[in-house]
Design a protein around this ligand. Structure first.
Ligand code: ASP
Length: 427
């Protein structure tokens, strides 16, 4: 019997699709990243035309953020089983967030002092970027902003921190209601499974989104600015690299006692997405998925630590705030005392906690640190032109930190499936 041409075409298409899908997602994503850079460099500014593909991808991931946090965090907290256990996960995570944040900001200060990236910068060669509006929120407003006054409004505005607080409270309520809370728990558990399936579908777009965003960045980056600010950019990458290898590597090896390579292998998707989107929030669904599926972190610990970490645990940003303040001081010849260093360390960590997980948030937080120690705000305009390229690396550092803390806390509280992490070769 002869095969109809249409059927033949369908079979071939199906074959191709299967072949494409048989390549592990992380390999497709890495290939897309490299290809994106090559195409962007060859195409130049014209690569802007395909940025829309990346924007569509990011919009789809953003779509997941609210329902995913809501369902998985409520289900996660409620399935921890008792309040004491929730507390033991919570304080450990917070302690590691604070300690690693402090080490990171001091690392930025150390590198900035030793290498002096601001010395000899020819400012005339720079195209000034726009200075973003400094955030003028006082700590009182910030505190009030964390309270989910209207949960529906909070969801509509994708306001992550109050959403986390609302979800935590709802989870705690379910725990306290015991048997009466079970029907509600079932809804959230099932909703959380459904959201994971939706995430899996959206993840199939990752290679295309990453490709388009990388082509756009590589094609439109101002290389003059990059050359003049090369030292700062390089130092920023170097600092982030040290944080990832030594701080996270140390946490994983010495405290969590898990294979470090296995961890990074399981995190490739999330790292590539964070690098190309420069947004911890947009990467959140992917980080969660990697932690649960590839790193063996229990659902409850992953959703709690990673959702919280995406907004408050930003070590790359903390390091950068320290380094950039010294950079500004060096360009403008501002002398800093040890007291100023202490102030930068404090405000750098607070700034990183307060920074939203969106592109360029660290740049806005600079105003907070700079004004406290008398560094001119013009520094922000100098670095704005190359901020994106540095933002990509600090975001990758930030989300890798969230996952490293989740693995560590899970390991300390008996919520880690080690076999899952070790077998993370086909992710
Ligand atoms: N873009 C970073 C993030 O989303 C924050 C920053 O600008 O440093 O984690």
């Amino acid at each position: 019997m002869q095969r109809s041409p249409l059927r033949h075409w369908h079979c071939k298409k199906g074959d191709r699709l299967n072949r494409w899908r048989s390549i592990p997602l992380w390999q497709r994503v890495i290939a897309a990243l490299v290809l994106g850079i090559i195409v962007g460099r060859l195409w130049g500014a014209g690569a802007e035309n395909i940025k829309i593909i990346g924007d569509v991808f990011v919009a789809f991931i953003k779509m997941l953020v609210v329902p995913l946090i809501f369902f998985s965090l409520v289900a996660g907290v409620a399935s921890i089983g008792d309040l004491r256990k929730l507390g033991s996960v919570g304080w450990r995570a917070m302690l590691i967030f604070v300690v690693t944040g402090q080490i990171s900001v001091w690392l930025g200060l150390l590198l900035g002092t030793l290498i002096m990236p601001g010395a000899g910068v020819d400012t005339s060669a720079l195209t000034m970027g726009a200075v973003p509006e400094p955030a003028e929120t006082s700590w009182r407003e910030m505190l009030l902003g964390m309270v989910p006054q209207s949960p529906v409004q909070v969801m509509a505005d994708v306001n992550v921190l109050p959403l986390i607080i609302f979800s935590l409270l709802l989870g705690i309520g379910i725990l306290m209601a015991k048997e009466d809370g079970e029907p509600v728990l079932k809804i959230f558990e099932s909703g959380s499974v459904v959201m994971q399936k939706v995430t899996a579908v959206v993840m199939e777009l990752t290679p295309f989104g990453v490709f388009a965003l990388m082509a756009w960045v590589a094609g439109t980056l101002g290389f003059d600015a990059l050359a003049a600010l090369g030292k700062l950019v390089f130092l920023n990458y170097f600092g982030c690299f040290l944080i990832i290898v030594f701080i996270y590597g140390g946490l994983l090896k010495l405290i969590a006692r898990v294979p470090v390579i296995g961890f990074f292998r399981g995190m490739v998707d999330a790292m590539a997405v964070s690098y190309s989107t420069a947004s911890s929030n947009a990467t959140l669904p992917v980080t969660l998925r990697c932690a649960e599926r590839n790193l063996g972190v229990s659902k409850s610990v992953a959703s709690f630590v990673i959702s919280l970490g995406a907004t408050i645990n930003m070590n790359g940003t903390a390091m950068y705030l320290g380094m950039a303040t010294l950079f500004g001081a060096q360009i403008f010849g501002v002398n800093l005392s040890w007291g100023d260093y202490g102030m930068i360390a404090l405000l750098g960590t607070l700034g990183a906690v307060g920074a939203a997980g969106i592109p360029g948030a660290g740049l806005i937080m600079m105003a907070l640190v700079f004004s406290a120690v008398g560094v001119p705000l013009e520094t922000i305009a100098f670095v704005a032109g190359v901020d994106r390229i540095m933002d990509m690396m600090r975001t990758t550092t930030n989300i890798t930190g969230d996952a490293a803390v989740a693995v560590t806390v899970a390991s300390l509280t008996g919520e880690l499936d080690r076999a899952e992490l070790i077998s993370a070769d086909d992710v």
